[in-house]
Design a protein around this ligand. Structure first.
Ligand code: 5AD
Ligand code: SF4
Length: 444
């Protein structure tokens, strides 16, 4: 009988995509995926190290796996991904129940390691070496059903923002071949995925043999039957006019840009090594809104970076007022050992970070509401994605500008595009109803 495995994934979409690669490799070597963690022969956790909170969650999961292993000592436990590097020492010293530790560039070794482990009961198997070349170009991920296929186009990051652990956990930037990416997109479309999201830690610094991100984007847009294309996460520094022009030229590239601000004060931006000023950022956001009318712009904001004073924090609020983002992911600064900022002095108190976070969240709520209210009475093309959380009589789907819309079910099904008239905007979602005129046109 074939052995089974269970895999849990924490962190960003890159990790989701990596877990799909790991699944593909395990399935190819005869393992079967199971949802039942207690009966699995092997348990893997794909980990995230971006903030302390993410690491805490993984530690608590490891405690839980340990209990399972005490009941069933043959269970193999594997730690994958961004925490592997940091956990290596800890595991070797104090977590004897962990069998395998693999960093993000070593997944190809997993099937072989599992079979070695079955043959001899060696001590831990560890490989956290980072590669300059590994892009898993020839592997096709095992995707679950759904609307969206994550397609990894580059790995690693060379930006070295001073708060960020990613350049250390995922290593140097490298891009995958255009041919490999296009092949994967074609197969995903054949398998019924309507939406393709191009992924990378720094997606718009893509560069394969001199071909930049905008060239890749247009080639993906030309693949037959790709209905929607998104990409994440870009860096403002690499947000070129060419990228915006390609977005404008192709209808199937979504009208949505994630533009991480992080902070709105020039001194803090400099100390974060973000390579742009508040003025440049605002100019870029205006350029995006001018080139792409109705675009949705989201952002990431960190509050309480070491040394951030009230004046500097208020400048972040001011940039928010200028740009009026459609949505924002907001974080309290979390010190990551090994990063440059972890050595900076003047840490902002937890209490002050919380106060600042709430101010940012409150401001964003008013901006999201105002932006969403602009959509009222529009007829939006919505991709039906899933049941709404509140009622199975309603669908939840997204506009191309990445706004969730809730509307009553009719005869449509998941994966359909439907015209929805927006009636109201509450919280972060829009409420609408299927537009009848179009329905009649669709029916003929
Ligand atoms: N503390 C808080 N937030 C962080 N991010 C990255 N590193 C840290 C950190 N040390 C945030 C940034 C990034 C997002 C993915 O996570 O805003 O854009
Ligand atoms: Fe981290 Fe900065 Fe690279 Fe983004 S661009 S992954 S925040 S170092």
């Amino acid at each position: 009988m074939s052995k089974s495995y269970h895999i849990e994934t924490y962190g960003c979409q890159m990790n989701v995509a990596d877990s799909e690669l790991v699944s593909a490799m395990l399935n190819d070597s005869g393992y079967k995926e199971t949802d039942d963690i207690n009966s699995a022969d092997a348990i893997f956790v794909n980990t995230c190290a971006i903030r302390e909170h993410a690491e805490d969650k993984v530690h608590s999961r490891l405690g839980f796996y340990h209990k399972i292993k005490m009941q069933k000592p043959s269970t193999i436990i594997g730690v994958l991904g961004c925490m592997a590097q940091n956990l290596k020492e800890d595991i070797l010293e104090s977590k004897p129940y962990v069998d395998i530790v693999l960093g993000p560039d070593s997944y190809r070794k997993l099937p072989e390691m599992l079979s070695d482990r079955a043959k001899i009961d060696t001590s831990h198997i560890v490989d956290t070496k980072l590669s300059r070349y590994e892009v898993y170009d020839n592997l096709f991920p095992s995707r679950k059903e759904g609307i969206n296929a994550w397609v990894s186009i580059m790995r690693g990051c060379d930006k070295f923002c001073t708060f960020c652990i990613v350049p250390f956990t995922r290593g140097r930037e490298r891009s995958r071949s255009i041919e490999g990416i296009i092949n994967e997109v074609k197969i995903a479309v054949q398998n019924g995925f309507s939406e393709i999201t191009l992924l990378g830690q720094n997606v718009n610094s893509y560069n394969f043999e001199g071909n930049k991100f905008h060239t890749l984007l247009s080639k993906v847009a030309e693949v037959k039957n790709v209905k929607r294309i998104r990409y994440t996460s870009p860096h403002p520094q690499d947000m070129s006019v060419e990228v915006l022009d390609v977005m404008k030229d192709y209808d199937n590239i979504c009208n949505y840009v994630h533009l991480p601000l992080q902070a709105g004060n020039n001194n803090i931006l400099k100390r974060m090594n973000r390579t742009y000023t508040r003025e440049r950022f605002i100019e870029l956001a205006n350029l995006i809104r001018n080139k792409l009318p109705k675009v949705g712009i989201s952002t990431d904001i960190i509050v309480g970076f070491p040394g951030e004073n009230d004046f500097e924090f208020n400048e972040t609020l001011q940039v928010m007022d200028e740009v009026k983002f459609d949505s924002a992911f907001t974080f309290k600064y979390s010190s990551r050992p090994g990063t440059k900022a972890s050595g900076y002095k003047d840490h902002v108190s937890e209490n002050e970070k919380q106060i600042r976070l709430e101010k940012v969240i409150d401001k964003q709520k008013t901006h999201t509401k105002a932006r969403n209210e602009n959509f009222i009475n529009n007829i939006e093309e919505v991709l039906v994605e899933k049941d709404s959380k509140r009622s199975d009589k309603q669908w939840a789907g997204r506009t191309d500008s990445n706004k969730w819309v809730i509307f009553d079910k009719n005869t449509e099904k998941i994966g359909d595009f439907v015209p929805v008239r927006i009636n109201s905007a509450n919280g972060i979602t829009l409420q609408g109803s299927i537009e009848k005129i179009y329905e009649m046109e669709f029916a003929t």
